[in-house]
Design a protein around this ligand. Structure first.
Ligand code: IPE
Ligand code: IPE
Ligand code: MG
Ligand code: MG
Ligand code: MG
Length: 289
């Protein structure tokens, strides 16, 4: 995904970064310093942008959804810190810089991840712009996304699938859980804060299904085609770790084509929403460019 963003996304990006900065202010402690190293050190902000773009597509208030957008980026950042640890993917680069455990002790990296995950829920719980009912629905959506049936469960399956040949069906399940679930959670949280009906929320989950799958297939494509400079993480790591990917199954060309087909399906669903869909469609299209 490139980082040149269109108009309303360009407005959303500084809002997200300013709010994140204020949610995790420096306090002189090593914990916050480490958390900020990862949280404020780059990243495309794809998931918080998705939250706000979804809100705009459903004619909701972007300002009201900003805390939720930040909470989701905190959860995503925690997942990256832990994903990079020696006991997981054992990676040295993230967001174009050395991984957190390379700069601080491994224990501090684990705890900084724990902190960001916990703090995300504190941001939502303590927010004054959302109603209590909205907060509960949003917390339900993001805990489901992060849970044993979502991100964490997907990471477990991903670890267990290393050095094994995994069929495409199981691979898509892993992708949908480890990556798709939080993308669905981001879109659903935006929809909830925009007071979407259950019918629209179901449509939003389907959009997230296609987008999540496309996102992880493309991440695996980039692992083969791009390195730290362009993608922020080292290339060739999936093959080195013996991971099955869409690329190892189908080859680069077919895997890319499948990802593009899924983004097109996501765009088609986005088109059916009632408000200004430009930012959302722009964001979806950027996944496979
Ligand atoms: C990387 O996510 C991890 C995956 C789920 C594939 P991003 O590509 O969104 O990483 P950042 O946030 O831009 O660093
Ligand atoms: C990461 O998948 C998924 C989560 C962090 C939940 P990858 O392991 O493929 O992501 P990168 O390539 O390290 O960013
Ligand atoms: Mg991983
Ligand atoms: Mg990884
Ligand atoms: Mg990857």
């Amino acid at each position: 995904m490139t980082t040149e963003l269109d108009t309303s996304l360009r407005l959303f990006l500084p809002k997200i970064n300013t709010a994140l900065n204020s949610y995790v202010p420096e306090d002189g402690s090593v914990l916050i310093e480490a958390a900020r190293y990862s949280l404020m050190g780059g990243g495309k902000r794809f998931r918080p942008l998705l939250v706000l773009a979804m809100v705009e597509a459903l004619e909701g208030s972007v300002e009201k959804a900003l805390p939720v957008a930040c909470a989701i980026e905190m959860i995503h950042t925690y997942s990256l810190i832990h994903d990079d640890l020696p006991c997981m993917d054992n990676d040295d680069y993230r967001r174009g810089r050395p991984t957190l455990h390379k700069v601080y002790r491994e224990g501090i990296a684990v705890l900084a991840g724990d902190f960001l995950l916990t703090e995300a829920f504190s941001v939502v719980a303590n927010d004054t712009g959302l109603s209590s009912e909205e907060k509960i629905k949003i917390i339900q959506a993001i805990t489901t996304a992060s849970s044993a049936k979502g991100l964490i469960g997907g990471q477990v399956l991903d670890l267990e699938a290393e050095q094994q040949s995994v069929g495409v069906e199981e691979l898509s399940t892993i992708h949908l859980m480890k990556t798709g679930a939080l993308i669905q959670g981001a879109l659903a949280s935006g929809a909830i804060s925009a007071n979407a009906s259950p019918d629209i929320i179901a449509r939003v989950y389907l959009l997230g299904y296609h987008l999540g799958l496309a996102f992880q297939i493309w991440d695996d494509v980039l692992d083969v085609t791009k390195g730290v400079e362009k993608h922020g993480v080292e290339g060739g790591r999936d093959q080195a770790a013996g991971k099955s990917t869409y690329v190892s199954h189908f080859g680069l060309e077919k895997a890319s084509k499948l990802a593009i087909e899924h983004t097109q399906k996501a765009v088609n669903i986005a088109m059916s929403l009632s408000g200004n869909k430009d930012a959302l469609i722009e964001l979806i299209r950027r996944v496979t460019t």
